[in-house]
Every structure is written in structure tokens, then in C-alpha cells.
Ligand binder design. Structure first.
Ligand SMILES: NC(=O)c1ccc[n+]([C@@H]2O[C@H](COP(=O)([O-])OP(=O)(O)OC[C@H]3O[C@@H](n4cnc5c(N)ncnc54)[C@H](O)[C@@H]3O)[C@@H](O)[C@H]2O)c1
Length: 418
């Protein structure tokens, strides 16, 4: 018997497996990708939060992986950590989660605990998963336990990890909640129980909508600050000195990652069923989605005024293309949009990012850091390994969307800041 099977060995599944394995629980990861399964079994990590040395230790202590859903039969608990993207029409696409649930149902047995960890709209666990799982002939809340528990991992972060971020849990019945809470308590420091899967589902969306709306607010302010000649970074930094009633959010080139640009629209879609329009979400989406276009105009202005050149024909280096600092995750990265926009405008674009070995959609590979070889360097993602002071010294024109160049950038005539 295995304690826990985790379906989906990605950014969420692999660190979750580590936390349970570290707590002495037996864990099997189930993934459709044979390549990923083989890599896990070889102790070769593809997720930066779980170093290969850690994975090797866990695998030698019994952590295992498989593409075969039959391993679920021998597990006490099944956690689902599968992608929940949006369709081309920006509607929830639950196809991956639901097809996996269809494969779980025939393997379900009495006493099983099933927990959905994927971010989704309120009602998914009860309205979508429960009926599929009950095709097994077993009844949720009676024969097996069903709950939702959102994953809150922030990839690349070391202070708050899967282990010490409190875990919110909401089950179909109090017994379902308790069974899931008990499982998480065995490995995670704090568990916060709520009364239903819907409350747990909406908790995760509230957290991400909160970020999206507040980022949009400072992004809007950044554009006004540009017209007013005020440094938005100075203002945000000063406001952050207030010890209560203010939470600091940074402006930037747009939203990235698998969560913030996508998850809020899960709620927008569901709200329509209740004749409700989630206007904050739409407005934030509009402001944030416009940022790459605004960044294009800043690059163009910087080239005009700083180098007397037009964007068309200029050599532009995009510095940092991952969606956030110090990781290689490219999902929804605003750098891709900026790259496409300035390439369409006729710029000769290159990129430098030690975490991203290629951008196949542009046929690009990273170039070495030679700041003086470009008409303009646009800092889109501020990886901590770059010496930004040196960059300002050596570059012709710098456009800094992250305040990476700090005080030096503020004082240099070569640097244009968001
Ligand atoms: N990445 C994050 O930072 C983060 C944070 C919090 C919540 N979430 C949520 O967690 C969920 C999972 O996201 P992720 O980032 O781990 O995704 P991911 O793409 O990194 O990993 C998903 C894994 O599932 C596998 N897979 C796909 N279809 C499968 C199937 N039918 N059966 C078994 N395996 C299958 C893939 O091969 C992949 O390894 C999403 O709902 C996401 O919104 C993600």
C-alpha cells in the first residue's frame, strides 16, 4: 500500500510529493509524461524548487512515479494537481482534470480520499468531480471522501514553501474535511479548514484576484506617473513604509505565470451563471493586458530620445524573459508579447536569460551579456544574478520595467523607467 498518490507531477505535484515524502509518507506520482516519470525515477529534477539531489534522496528512500493509473488502487489518498487552463475563448478548460477523474473513478475503493488541488471555480468539486467519481458505484461522503484544497505554492520562493504555507481544506462533508485535514497535517505545518469545497475553491480565486487587481492599480498609476514626471517606484516604496492598511504591489510589464492571468477568469465565467458581472476582474485584466503595449511605446521613446533611433532597425536586447525572477517558467510571460510587438515593429531582437535555454516560437537562443552591442536593453525580468550597475555603465540605452537599476538608474540619463 502507498499512503498518497499525486496525479500530475508538475510545479505543484512534485513539491507536494517532496513535502509528504520528507514527512515519512510513501508517495507515488502519476503523470502522463513518460519522460517526466523516467526523470523522476532517475532522480533528475525538472522543477527548480525540488533540486535533483533532494529528488535522488527521496527516490532512494522510496518515492516513486508511474504513468499507470492502476497504482491508484493501492493508495490511501489521491491528490489531483493537474493544469486548469483557459480555452481560446477564455473559458475554463477542465478537460485535463475531468479526463483524469474518469480514469480515477474505476480505480476508486471504499475509504479512498480524493482531493482536487487544481485552481478552479466554486462548484467544480461538487458539480463536476463528484458525479464522475460516483460512477464507480460508491457515494461521496459515505463510501469515499472528497475535498478541495487549493495549492498556494509560489515557485522559486524559499521563505514560504509548500510545507509552511497554511493549507486551506474544504470537504463535501465534515468527515471529508477532517479526513483531508488529517492528511495534510501529517506533513504541512498549518491546516485551515472551511465548511465546503466551494469556500476553499473561492478562497484561492480571491487570493489571485486580489493580486491581479492590485497589480493593475499600480500599473495604472505607473502610466499616470510617467505623464506627471513622478517616479512610481519611489511612491510605492514610500507608501510601503506605512505599517498598516497598505500592502505593496509593484508595477511591471504585465502579468505572467499559470495563475494570475488565468484564474480570475474562472470566476468571471462562473459568475455569469448567476447574472453577475465581475467588473473588477475585467478591468484589472484590461489594464494588465495593455502593459506590454505600453512597454513597447516606452522602448520606442527611449530609442528616440536616448539614441535618436527608431524602433525599426534597432538592436534590442530583452533581458530576462521568464515570467518572474530567478526561475525559468515561461508560461504567459509578458516578455513573449513584448518580444513579438517589437519584432513586428521591425526591431532586431535578442534575449538573455540564463534560466531559459531557447524560445522556439521565435527561433531564438540566449545571447551572451554584451551590453554595448545593443541600441537598447529592456529589463523585462530582473534575475538576481545580473549586475545591473555594471549594465548601466556599459549599455547605450536601458529601459527598466522592474526598477532593477535602482538609484543608479534613477540618476542616469541612459535609463528610462516604467
Ligand atoms: N504553478 C504554480 O505556481 C501554481 C500555484 C498554485 C496553484 N497552481 C494550480 O495547480 C494546478 C497544477 O498546476 P502546475 O503548475 O503544477 O501544472 P504543470 O503543468 O506544472 O504540471 C501538470 C502535470 O500534469 C501532467 N499531466 C497532464 N495531463 C495529465 C493526466 N491526464 N494525467 C496525469 N498527468 C497529467 C503533466 O505532464 C504535468 O507534469 C493548476 O490548476 C494550477 O492553476 C499552480
Amino acid at each position: 500500500m502507498t499512503d498518497i498518490a499525486i496525479v500530475g507531477a508538475g510545479y505543484v505535484g512534485l513539491p507536494l510529493a517532496q513535502v509528504f515524502a520528507d514527512a515519512g509518507r510513501s508517495v507515488v506520482l502519476v503523470d502522463v509524461s513518460q519522460e517526466r516519470v523516467d526523470r523522476i525515477l532517475r532522480g533528475e529534477s525538472y522543477i527548480e524548487d525540488v533540486p535533483s539531489e533532494t529528488l535522488q534522496r527521496l527516490v532512494s528512500n522510496g518515492l516513486t512515479a508511474s504513468t499507470d493509473y492502476d497504482v491508484l488502487r493501492d493508495a490511501d489518498s489521491i491528490l489531483i494537481a493537474l493544469p486548469t487552463p483557459l480555452s481560446k475563448q477564455r473559458e475554463p478548460d477542465l478537460s485535463i482534470v475531468l479526463s483524469a477523474t474518469e480514469r480515477i473513478a474505476p480505480r476508486l475503493h471504499k475509504g479512498h480520499l480524493v482531493v482536487l488541488e487544481s485552481t478552479t471555480y466554486p462548484g467544480t468539486t461538487r458539480e463536476q468531480l463528484q458525479p464522475i467519481l460516483e460512477r464507480s458505484g460508491l457515494t461521496a461522503g459515505k463510501d469515499f471522501y472528497l475535498a478541495f484544497s487549493p495549492e498556494r505554492v509560489d515557485p522559486g520562493r524559499t521563505d514560504w514553501t509548500t510545507k509552511n504555507v497554511p493549507k486551506v481544506v474544504g470537504g463535501l462533508t465534515p468527515a471529508c474535511t477532517e479526513r483531508a485535514a488529517e492528511l495534510y497535517r501529517s506533513a504541512i505545518d498549518t491546516v485551515h479548514s472551511v465548511s465546503s469545497p466551494e469556500a476553499a475553491e473561492l478562497t484561492k480565486l480571491l487570493e489571485n484576484i486580489f493580486r491581479s487587481v492590485n497589480i493593475a492599480l499600480v500599473n495604472e498609476l505607473a502610466q499616470l506617473c510617467d505623464r506627471m514626471g513622478i517616479d512610481v517606484w519611489e511612491v510605492v516604496g514610500a507608501a510601503a513604509s506605512k505599517p498598516f492598511g497598505f500592502m505593496s504591489f509593484q508595477p511591471g510589464p504585465g502579468l505572467g505565470g499559470h495563475c494570475i492571468p488565468i484564474d480570475p477568469f474562472y470566476l468571471t465565467w462562473k459568475a455569469r451563471e448567476y447574472d453577475f458581472y465581475t467588473e473588477f476582474i475585467e478591468l484589472a485584466g484590461k489594464v494588465n493586458e495593455n502593459m506590454p503595449y505600453y512597454c513597447r511605446s516606452l522602448i520606442s521613446q527611449a530609442l528616440n530620445h536616448g539614441a535618436r533611433k527608431s524602433l525599426s532597425g534597432s538592436k534590442v536586447l530583452i533581458l530576462g524573459v521568464a515570467y518572474k525572477a530567478d526561475i525559468g517558467d515561461m508560461r504567459e510571460s509578458p516578455a513573449l508579447k513584448i518580444l513579438q510587438l517589437i519584432q513586428n515593429a521591425g526591431a532586431d531582437v535578442s534575449y538573455h536569460d540564463q534560466h531559459v535555454p531557447e524560445l522556439p516560437e521565435f527561433g531564438l537562443r540566449p545571447v551572451p551579456m554584451e551590453p554595448d552591442a545593443y541600441d537598447c536593453i529592456a529589463i523585462v525580468t530582473a534575475h538576481s544574478t545580473i549586475d545591473y550597475e555594471d549594465l548601466v555603465d556599459r549599455a547605450h540605452v536601458v529601459v527598466d520595467f522592474r526598477n532593477a537599476t535602482g538609484k543608479k538608474g534613477r540618476e542616469s540619463e541612459k535609463v528610462w523607467k516604467l
